[in-house]
Design a protein around this ligand. Structure first.
Ligand SMILES: [Zn+2]
Length: 128
């Protein structure tokens, strides 16, 4: 799959949850004060998200995308993000990259940083 063509959205968010975050959909969550989800029971999952709401919006929200960065860094990856006047591949405005061998960066390009992070992370973990 060419991640530079995969759009933002729930399909990409689900792929990130599964392949990068090792997080699974779970029914042990309950809605709290009509707006936030809390884990009601100990479910035994190392990482999970409410099945009903789906995974965090990794590809569109920088706060969620940053969880991806933290996960990758904790797994030994170096991380870069940059952008500017210069346009990158496919005319993209932002670049993100992960590297775990001090040589090759696995790159993601997009108009927005969260999507660039998601594309780079998926490429780095080797999803075909
Ligand atoms: Zn769970």
């Amino acid at each position: 799959m060419n991640y530079d063509e995969m759009p933002v959205g729930r399909e990409m968010d689900a792929l990130i949850a599964e392949k990068v975050m090792d997080s699974v959909p779970c029914n042990a969550w309950e809605i709290h004060n009509s707006r936030s989800w809390v884990l009601a029971d100990s479910c035994g999952h190392k990482s999970c998200f409410p099945k009903e709401s789906g995974p965090p919006c990794y590809s569109t929200l920088i706060s969620a995308a940053w969880e991806v960065v933290e996960k990758m860094v904790s797994n030994g990856y170096q991380f870069v993000v940059n952008g500017g006047k210069h346009d990158y591949s496919w005319g993209a405005k932002r670049h993100a990259g992960f590297n775990n061998d001090n040589e090759t960066y696995h790159d993601g390009f997009a108009d927005e940083v969260p999507l660039a992070i998601c594309r780079a992370a998926l490429r780095a973990v080797g999803v075909k």
